[in-house]
Ligand binder design. Sequence first.
Ligand code: CNA
Length: 237
Amino acid sequence: MTLHEIIDSSDNIVFFGGAGVSTESGIPDFRSVDGLYNQKYDYPPEEILSHSFFERNTEYFYNFYRDKMLFLDAQPNKAHLKLAELEKAGKVKAVVTQNIDGLHQKAGSKNVFELHGSVHRNYCLRCHKLYNAEFIKNSSGIPRCECGGLIKPDVVLYEEGLDNDTIEGAVNAISQADCLIVAGTSLNVYPAAGFIRFFKGKNFVLINLNQTPADSMASLVIHEKVGEVLSKLTVSE
Ligand code: CNA
């Protein structure tokens, strides 16, 4: 079956995506050749983006984070827009994302499970006051709340657990889907990558530029850009 035929014959599609969904919006991923893991820093990015590094070396964390993780001018690309259109048409029931950039919501998707949080929410560790991403982007050094407390992004750092309600919502959506589209993820980051095992439906579609550990499980594998692939679909209800 082609992707078009699969979409036509499904009415409970769940999309599970990663950083590769936003590269066509100009946000680098982690593991592509020009991704963050192939650039040179004083520490490996997994270490900088860990809970203990945030606590130990907060200023370095924030300099890296402002520079490499905050792309506030990025716009939704064809993948985000098509998924929002498919949700409106009743085809896509949920988007489960490992991304923290908020681009699915910006494109109009409503039922989005952000497994790793969002750069758009930041809160004071002392008084819990919320701050937006612009506040962090425009800050220098260590961003502090008006109460003097340290502000932390609502992003799941390495060594931190995922939010329970988000896990539950994502797992429920995946286990009820009749079609799962996994795209733009190397499926290397756990526990998120393990969630696709809850899928028990008919069609498992994998769209990724290069091979992934789940290629052999998929009923359809497409090694192309996800935005280009999805933009060719015409949506009928
Ligand atoms: P990853 O490990 O960097 O893998 C990305 C995958 O996408 C790679 O296999 C690429 O080949 C593939 N890819 C890149 N561009 C495209 C494209 N246009 N079409 C299809 N495939 C493409 O990223 P994962 O999401 O698997 O790793 C999880 C991390 C990355 C999560 O914790 C994220 O929070 C984190 N991350 C998020 C963002 C973001 O929010 N935009 C950016 C960078 C990293």
